[in-house]
Design a protein. Structure first.
Lengths: 261, 246
């Protein structure tokens, strides 16, 4: 070769810069920016979205997230404790439940509980409650696995020390193991929360009244009524305003947890 | 009722095909200090863990103050509350302060009031020489200090028996002395102790009785002067001379 290693490296770097610069130039020059803005971010349609997109849609998205996460946490904790139980039928049961839920598309489960359940049976619960239950069930399987990994990350000596002091298994779990496990899993749990927040978009398939709509459904309806893409873009921005701070929080907590170990 | 605090009859313990304990008979009386010595893998720790039910015996019986641990009706939590255990790796609760480490079982198991548990904790911490740092977290303490907190945690339960599972083996050499000193004080105060140790010097000077465990059986048992100073069995001689060379 004629070039030294260092010269090769800088040649590759210059080439990469050139290609990137051309790509950026193409993006700026080729499209008609006026057309794009009229289609995706028309200002009068943007302002039309407010305040309902916050007071109704974002509020419902957050509520679905809270109900789903709360329920998912309770169910997930139960499943996690069953999966590490010394009683084999519990382990088998919880393992099967987790496998089934994780092996199915979230959309199918939401349709099953939110849409098919009232059609096929006499069970009569409100649409939003069905949506929340479906989300809780979807979340519970993933949360259960996170909690289980957290519990199993605690050295077995902790349980032995607690038991040797006369604590029962459940007392040791509550007082010694779970507080340490939850500290470890705060970052992955924050990720679960973000995933669930985005999955709330799926529940709109079961059909909502105007007041029940969450962000995605709200944006979709806006697209239909305005014949413009702007409402979905605005809904997307509202999602980002919710998820990015949570992701940042998770990264921050992860750094802090790393420092304290 | 039995006069012995610990009574072990023909104790056997296997892990799968591995027969770790192959018929142990042993008793410990009130106020006695019994040291168990032996090579790694001889079953010392397993024997100790069978005494408070952390391991379940495969055969034979363990009686604690007359309560048979293999009896399905036996309340193992109540038995354990009367037995203090000190581990090789301390096993302090890292999310709790020193004080809370020493009070938590008093409060949750013995249902003592906060004031009473705090008073007891400060008294036991003083006994191990650590009354000045109750609000510290374990990670900020040295190994020797951590082990002394672990001893205080067990002592605060007013146990009838203390088990020590190689309590100094994970410590830097210069920190071994402070923990052994606490253990020596306990023995002098009349605590009943069953001690698994590699510290032959401690066994020799503090133990009332020394048990040499070899390959899952008690090969030799007697006074420290006899077992350590003048062993009868060939295996004991070998072990003692190997340990004393260091």
């Amino acid at each position: 070769m004629l070039l030294t290693k260092r010269q090769r490296t800088s040649a590759v770097r210059i080439g990469f810069y050139l290609v990137s610069a051309m790509a950026v130039a193409a993006v700026v020059i080729v499209p008609d920016w006026g057309d794009l803005q009229r289609a995706f971010f028309q200002w009068d349609i943007v302002t039309e979205q407010f305040p309902d997109i916050i007071t109704t849609a974002a509020k419902n998205t957050v509520l679905f997230t809270i109900y789903g996460f709360g329920g998912g946490l309770a169910l997930g904790l139960m499943l996690a404790l069953m999966r590490i139980s010394s009683f084999r039928p519990y382990r088998v049961f919880a393992g099967t439940v987790v496998d089934v839920i994780r092996g199915l598309p979230a959309l199918l489960l939401i349709l099953l509980i939110g849409f098919a359940l009232p059609i096929a049976t006499d069970v009569r619960i409100s649409r939003t409650a069905r949506a929340s239950i479906a989300l809780a069930i979807v979340a519970s399987a993933y949360i259960a696995e996170t909690i289980r990994s957290g519990i199993q990350a605690i050295p077995p000596g902790q349980m032995e020390a607690a038991r040797s002091l006369g604590m029962s298994y459940s007392r040791a779990m509550v007082t010694v193991i779970l507080p340490q496990a939850f500290r470890i899993i705060i970052p992955p749990m924050t990720n679960e929360l973000v995933l669930l927040l985005k999955d709330t978009a799926l529940v709109s398939v079961i059909g909502f009244t105007a007041a029940e709509r969450e962000l995605t459904r709200f944006g979709r309806d806006g697209v239909i009524s305005s014949a413009n893409a702007t409402p979905l873009v605005v809904a997307g921005l509202v999602y980002l305003a919710l998820t990015i701070p949570l992701t940042r929080l998770s990264a921050h907590l992860e750094r802090r947890a790393g420092r304290h170990r | 009722m039995s006069a012995h605090i610990v009574e072990i009859h023909d104790l056997r313990k296997s892990f799968g095909d591995l027969r770790v304990l192959r018929g142990i008979d042993l008793y410990v009386d009130q106020g006695e200090v019994v040291c168990i010595i032996g090579a790694s893998g001889s079953g010392k720790s397993t024997l100790l863990r069978c005494v408070n039910g952390l391991e379940q015996a495969t055969g034979g019986r363990v009686l604690i103050e007359g309560t048979d641990l293999s009896d399905p009706d036996c309340d193992i939590d109540a038995v354990r509350a009367r037995i203090g255990m000190v581990f090789q790796l301390f096993n302090l609760f890292p999310h709790m302060t020193v004080l809370r480490n020493v009070t938590v079982a008093q409060r949750k198991v013995l249902k003592r009031s906060r004031a009473e548990a705090d008073r007891k904790a400060m008294a036991t911490l003083a006994r191990v020489g650590l009354a000045d740092r109750p609000d510290e977290y374990p990670e900020r303490l040295s190994g020797g200090q951590r082990q002394r907190v672990a001893i205080a945690r067990a002592l605060a339960m007013d146990p009838d028996l203390m088990l020590f599972d190689e309590a100094t083996s994970a410590l830097d050499p210069e920190l071994v002395g402070e923990v052994l000193a606490v253990m020596r004080d306990l023995a002098a105060d009349g605590m009943t102790m069953l001690v698994v140790t590699h510290e032959i010097g401690f066994a020799r000077h503090v133990a009332d009785r020394v048990v040499f465990l070899d390959d899952g059986v008690i090969r030799e048992e007697g006074s420290p002067d006899q077992v350590i100073g003048n062993p009868r069995e060939e295996r004991t001689k070998q072990f003692i001379s190997q340990v004393l060379q260091h």
